[in-house]
Design a protein around this ligand. Sequence first.
Ligand SMILES: Nc1ncnc2c1ncn2[C@@H]1O[C@H](COP(=O)(O)OP(=O)(O)OP(=O)(O)O)[C@@H](O)[C@H]1O
Length: 264
Amino acid sequence: MSTVEIDGLSAGYRGRTVVSEVSAGIGSGGWLGVIGPNGSGKSTLLKAVLGLVEHTGRVLVDGRAVSGLRHRDRARALGYAPQLPQLPVGLTVTDYVLLGRSPHTGLLGRETGADLDVVAEVLDRLDLTRMADRKLPTLSGGERQRAVLARALAQRAGVLLLDEPTTGLDVGHAQELLDLVDRLRHERGTTVVSTLHDLTVAGQYAERLLLLNGGVVTAEGTPEEVLTADTLEKHYTARISVLSAPDGSPVVAPVRAAGPRQES
Ligand SMILES: Nc1ncnc2c1ncn2[C@@H]1O[C@H](COP(=O)(O)OP(=O)(O)OP(=O)(O)O)[C@@H](O)[C@H]1O
């Protein structure tokens, strides 16, 4: 159960600003989807929320400035699954996911039975139990991606920051993972901020979407408000139709350029 307030957040690398003046508020148990074309600043925005890159502006979790939190408290408040994590080669899946428990372990850093229970539950929910003893480099891309998520979920933070969590996952595992995150938000009030490239999926899960282009917010609102053909064609430089799913949610369909088709 955590609220997040992002206030005038700008961020960049070596003096070059790549995210400018982003503000957004997310209520407890809310899901903000951050969308935008490649290089628009989505990952940088998540890293700035975590305080991992140079930034100005404020991020408040439950009214407390993230910049003022000690490392351990920050890790209890914010769980993070990066897009391209460095995976320690020697660790098994269980050892790696246990790292997510480190903000909760005692001074001696020893895990308890309760920590192991959390890890076992997360592995089960992400369909990783069969691989619990495997070394990370032996996993497929999609299995590795799920292990990264498992570690973030094991942190049991009030806020989850997920950077492209479904990259490399087949449609079934992607759905399973997003359904799991959705359940956490309903069961525990976990607040979610995620980047997502699949715009239809972004609209299915996020309550609100924030569209970045060139590091600035170019649209913000409900999926129905943001996922319009006009807005997407303009900001993605793409040909797009927005259809309506049986439940009324937007389906973003790319449209092939007119031209001769290869006949068989
Ligand atoms: N470590 C870095 N050092 C310097 N520039 C960086 C660094 N990381 C990202 N950038 C630059 O910042 C800009 C925003 O990158 P970012 O990764 O935030 O975009 P993104 O929207 O997440 O992109 P994608 O959809 O391709 O993952 C890009 O121009 C990128 O080249």
